[in-house]
Design a protein around this ligand. Structure first.
Ligand SMILES: C[S@@+](CC[C@H](N)C(=O)[O-])C[C@H]1O[C@@H](n2cnc3c(N)ncnc32)[C@H](O)[C@@H]1O
Length: 326
């Protein structure tokens, strides 16, 4: 039984990517307006994580991009292997589309690209971030970070032009960078000019630090771009009840995701239930009902609270918990 089921205490905040926050988590803050961050390369630093690998740390948020096992190992476990990107890209009879939400220092996307070296496919990467500063930082520290080496020229082109095309081994890559506030972009008509995702690498800072990226509205917006029969999948490092409820209420089917070394479980979601190999079940649902931190964020303000009556009802009637007999 999970500790959550035994303990009346609030579910702990997702442990990764942030150090203890300086404000009380139950505080009701005024709804913040989006402000484009004024960050530069000096707001990032290299840190050596437990595995010995180098990762990037954002000084302002106090979060390490890929703690414990490091950037490449985490991206391989969470996205490359779990989402079977190489096999799916090879099998696609069209351009395979990856949405890289939270480009940051590009560890996720470059690890995915490296896995495609011998794959004869056409792959389109749509990367999103509201700042290019961590990518510039990564370019300056290519040799320490390792995963950047060999991709310096495409990164320079991406930074200079917002898009680039290149041949990577057998794979033809088109890579675009949307330097924008992702929630604003996703709600804008511009989103329909971008092909819907086959794979979403969802890597924002933690909900406590970056609540605007974890609202129900964000995941509903993503779900709208993943048609039921198109095979799109989403993976993310968090396994929190709050995140999983949010994905379910957004219309995804949701399952336990692969371990990353840092966490024994992550989260995997798809519109098509047959793609979710370890779906959350009635036991998980029971825990969610008892959880003190399960209600999705409806606004970009972090708070923890149990499910509302409306969310409970919506979860109970989710098709994931009512499988239609074959
Ligand atoms: C954990 S880091 C991503 C690490 C990255 N995936 C990598 O592999 O290096 C989270 C990223 O989300 C970006 N971000 C945070 N809020 C955002 C927003 N509102 N719109 C777009 N990007 C945002 C941050 O600038 C940061 O680069």
């Amino acid at each position: 039984m999970a500790p959550e089921a035994l303990s009346p205490r609030p579910e702990p905040l997702p442990a990764r990517r942030f150090s203890p926050h300086p404000f009380p988590v139950f505080a009701i803050a005024p709804r913040p307006r989006y402000r484009r961050p004024h960050v530069t390369e000096s707001d990032y630093e290299l840190v050596q994580v437990a595995s010995g690998a180098w990762s990037v740390r954002a000084r302002i948020e106090g979060e390490t991009f890929h703690p414990v096992i490091g950037p490449q190992a985490e991206a391989e476990a969470l996205y490359v292997r779990q989402m079977q990107i190489a096999a799916r890209a090879a099998a696609a009879k069209r351009e395979f589309v990856v949405w890289d939400v939270g480009l940051g220092a590009a560890a996720n996307v470059l690890t995915v690209l490296r896995s495609l070296t011998e794959v004869p496919a056409r792959v389109r990467i749509e990367s999103f971030d509201h700042t290019a500063a961590p990518l510039k930082f990564a370019l300056t520290h290519a040799s320490e970070l390792g995963y950047v080496v060999g991709f310096e020229e495409p990164i320079r082109n991406l930074l200079a032009h917002g898009e680039t095309r290149f041949q990577h081994g057998a794979c033809e890559i088109s890579w675009r960078f949307h330097e924008a506030d992702f929630p604003t972009w996703l709600a804008s008509p511009e989103t329909t000019s971008v092909p819907g995702p086959d794979a979403i690498l969802f890597d924002a800072f933690s909900p406590a630090r970056n609540p605007a990226m974890w609202t129900l509205g964000i995941f509903r917006g993503l779900r709208r771009r993943v048609p039921q029969d198109a095979g799109g999948t989403l993976a993310t490092y968090s396994r929190s009840t709050l995140l999983r409820v949010t994905l379910l209420l957004a219309g995804f089917h949701v399952g336990a995701g692969e371990a990353t070394g840092e966490k024994e479980e992550t989260t995997f979601a798809a519109a098509d239930p047959s793609l979710v190999t370890r779906p959350l079940d009635a036991t998980w649902l029971g825990r969610a009902f008892r959880s003190t931190s399960a209600e999705p964020l409806h606004d970009p303000v972090y708070r923890q609270c149990p499910l509302s009556e409306e969310s409970r009802k919506a979860l109970e009637s989710h098709p994931q918990f009512h499988p239609v007999p074959a």
